[in-house]
Design a protein around this ligand. Structure first.
Ligand SMILES: NC(=O)c1ccc[n+]([C@@H]2O[C@H](COP(=O)([O-])OP(=O)(O)OC[C@H]3O[C@@H](n4cnc5c(N)ncnc54)[C@H](O)[C@@H]3O)[C@@H](O)[C@H]2O)c1
Length: 289
């Protein structure tokens, strides 16, 4: 598959990441087949994309008259077999190995042999996922950042089996999406989470040990290190359950105790304080969720 032969892209999963991925492909002229398991998830995704396009039109990022054209390029379906006509597919289903494997194996059967299959996983080994599909050379990690229409980075992860053609086509595709692809090799947490999560974890330890409040930790990193968000604000945004999960992946993958999740993070997750999405994490979001 070469970059110029890619016209239709399948996006598997229409949640937080899937709707953003569909949005950027459609915005850049690709036909999108957005697939989820229930019609109501697809309706919610369409509404989110329509609202986000509205915001982009008001800011002048897209022309108002392009908004309906972009939406019209997104075909939503619950029927898996419709992805068969895609030239490229991005999987964005929840971060569970069993689910990813079943969706990827099914996609592998449906797609044409030359189509490329990518996963947006944030922590599962892309080499393991590639091995589980029959499409080993044409499998790659494409780690978009949240919110996808806004964040420039795509961390492109080469599985051990990824062919040079697949790699170059995927990098070029990211450029066509007006993103900044950065290539890394497969390793636990890739680079983004391997560097970010130990910082978040250390910030949580500092709070747990009474060294400083969450506000103080975040202020130090914003005012002194020029970070736009403090690590604990960011942890609340990501979800504390997701943070603990990724730390566990790093801990298991490297067998190094430096990745041990902070007990305060585990305790907050046990209490249901998951960050923004639950209304409470290191900060309170009462009335905002
Ligand atoms: N949320 C983030 O900030 C973020 C950032 C980077 C990467 N990721 C990764 O992106 C992936 C998706 O995360 P998310 O936050 O969008 O999850 P989400 O729960 O918001 O969305 C997942 C969607 O997949 C759908 N789904 C479940 N089974 C399916 C199937 N068999 N076929 C098609 N759709 C199915 C669900 O109904 C849901 O709509 C995960 O691998 C996650 O690790 C997430």
């Amino acid at each position: 598959m070469t970059i110029d032969t890619i016209r239709t892209v399948a996006v598997l999963g229409a949640g937080t990441m899937g709707n953003g991925i569909a949005h950027v492909f459609a915005r850049c002229g690709y036909n999108v087949i957005l697939r989820d398991v229930e019609e109501n998830f697809l309706t919610r995704a369409r509404d989110t994309i329509a609202n986000n396009l509205d915001r982009e039109a008001k800011k002048g990022k897209i022309a108002e008259e392009d908004r309906p054209k972009i939406l019209a390029r997104i075909h939503t379906t619950t029927n898996f077999s419709e992805i068969a006509r895609a030239d490229f597919a991005v999987e964005a289903v929840p971060e569970r190995m069993d689910l990813k494997l079943s969706v990827l194996r099914e996609a592998d059967k449906l797609l044409r042999p030359e189509a490329i299959l990518a996963s947006n996983t944030s922590s599962i080994s892309v080499t393991t996922l590639a091995a589980a599909t029959g499409r080993t050379g044409r499998f790659i990690g494409m780690h978009f950042m949240n919110p996808v229409p806004v964040m420039p980075l795509v961390e492109v992860i080469r599985a051990l089996q990824t062919s040079d053609d697949t790699f170059h086509t995927t990098m070029a595709l990211c450029e066509r999406l007006e993103k900044k692809p950065v290539a890394v090799n497969d390793a636990p947490g890739f680079v983004s989470n391997r560097v970010l999560l130990p910082m978040i974890n250390e910030a949580a330890f500092a709070v747990m040990e009474g060294v400083a409040t969450a506000e103080a930790v975040d202020s130090i990193m914003k005012l002194g290190m020029n970070h736009p968000m403090g690590p604990l604000e960011l942890a609340d945004f990501i979800g504390l359950d997701v943070c603990v999960h990724i730390l566990d992946v790093l801990h298991d993958g490297f067998g190094d105790s430096k990745y041990r999740a902070c007990p305060l993070l585990r305790k907050m997750v046990a209490a249901g304080w998951l960050g923004r999405k639950s209304g409470r994490g290191f900060y309170s979001y009462a009335g905002t969720v």
